[in-house]
Design a protein around this ligand. Structure first.
Ligand code: AMP
Length: 208
């Protein structure tokens, strides 16, 4: 009986086939750009909670209305709202080869909820990869993006600086949390896009 249980445990472990990545970093660190390239290379599903919220806002849904009030100030949308939306999105892609989470998790509560959601499927996060970019470069990039994207949270420097502060206060602990599990890596987010992509691929290649 003991042996049977042991065998079953091994079979269960070997069914972990998804490649789940968290692309981490402050706003404007290039997560969206690099996620699009990783999706293509590794056949993953890209989930950006910022894009999901903007989509809800564009459709005028109650969720979008609720999120907008926080986003306009550069604050985080409450965890329960964000986690609920994320859960729906994961369930919608039950057959995915893996996910790239971009802009999620942004709090340790979200990280633990994500781990629990994946564990229900017998899966886990493989790696968090942080794109490191210093604050002044972030402000420069976001203000430049705002000039063309029309994103209201990208055009006001006070709001941009608040987003960076929220990142330092609430989101950096997520990297520390995955670091404590031996699953956190860092890549320089300043440089040519293909060069940064190569560095990311070097880390991901070790997981597949
Ligand atoms: P982003 O496009 O990732 O920079 O997100 C834009 C805004 O959406 C953020 O400033 C937050 O207001 C909100 N947002 C996106 N993702 C999350 C998240 N995981 N938790 C809470 N708020 C979020």
């Amino acid at each position: 009986m003991k042996n049977k249980l042991h065998l079953r445990h091994n079979i269960h472990s070997s069914t972990k086939t998804m490649l789940n990545l968290i692309l981490f970093g402050p706003p404007g660190s290039g997560k969206g750009t690099q996620a699009a390239k990783l999706v293509e290379r590794f056949n993953l599903v890209h989930i950006s909670t910022g894009d999901l919220f903007r989509n809800e806002i564009a459709q005028g849904t109650p969720l979008g209305l609720q999120a907008k009030a926080y986003m306009d100030k550069g604050n985080l949308v409450p965890d329960e709202v964000t986690i609920g939306m994320l859960r729906n999105k994961i369930e919608h892609h039950a057959d995915a080869a893996g996910f790239i989470f971009d802009g999620f998790p942004r709090t340790v509560t979200q990280a633990k909820a994500l781990d629990a959601l994946l564990a229900e499927k017998g899966e886990a996060i493989g790696q968090l990869i942080e794109l490191y970019v210093d604050d002044e470069e972030i402000v420069r990039r976001i203000m430049a993006r705002g000039a063309s994207s029309g994103r209201t949270d990208d055009t006001d420097e006070t709001i941009v600086r608040n987003r960076i502060q929220v990142y330092r206060d609430n989101t950096v602990p997520v990297a520390e949390y995955y670091g404590s599990l031996g699953k956190s890596a860092q890549v320089n987010g300043v440089g040519a896009i293909p060069y940064i992509f190569d560095n990311l691929c070097g880390i991901v290649a070790c997981l597949v």
